[in-house]
Design a protein around this ligand. Structure first.
Ligand SMILES: [Zn+2]
Length: 175
């Protein structure tokens, strides 16, 4: 019997080791997932538009400023582009960077303009947003860093993405 007494502490140590290993593996894989969700801007710094808060306030309406510079959200079904389906392109309200085209716009019933793809891959930056106790992918302008909205994985084919964008962050122009 005595020869088995030392097994208990060894099992305890082994159990603790396994628990710590699982914790680190989970933390590492989570870090990789979070990183894979993010998409950095490929636009060189020399092309970026940088203004102070007071400068942005001079050129934007209060709701445009709140959404784009303070990462705000307009009320659902309140924006001018939610049910807007004319043919053309949508540009950043702050810097006129091309963001979306009407061919990828669809009616999602969520209350905000929805697109299943971005116009040019590098013009939009996607970053992990952990605010409000949720894990979402925030969509920002690659040129001026304006907050535009979020992208979700419940859109239609072919991308199955839904770029949920504030009307206050974009401006439509006919082709
Ligand atoms: Zn912009």
């Amino acid at each position: 019997m005595e020869q088995y007494l030392h097994i208990k502490p060894i099992m305890k140590t082994l159990y603790t080791f396994i628990l710590i290993s699982i914790f680190f593996l989970q933390a590492c894989s989570q870090g990789r997932t979070d990183k894979a969700m993010e998409q950095q801007s490929q636009i060189p710094d020399s092309m970026k538009v940088i203004k102070s808060d007071s400068e942005w306030k001079q050129v934007l309406t209060p709701i445009q400023y709140h959404v784009t510079r303070e990462s705000g959200t307009e009320k659902p079904f309140s924006g001018e582009y939610t049910d807007h389906f004319e043919k053309g392109h949508y540009y950043c309200v702050c810097c006129e960077n091309e963001l979306f085209e009407s061919d990828t716009k669809f009616h999602s019933s969520c209350g905000w303009p929805s697109f299943y793809d971005k116009s040019k891959p590098n013009n939009i930056v996607e970053v992990l947003d952990k605010s409000l106790g949720m894990k979402r992918i925030e969509v920002r302008c690659g040129i001026c860093d304006a907050h535009l909205g979020h992208v979700f994985n419940d859109g239609p084919a072919p991308t199955y993405l839904r770029y949920c964008i504030n009307s206050a962050a974009i401006v439509f122009k006919n082709d």
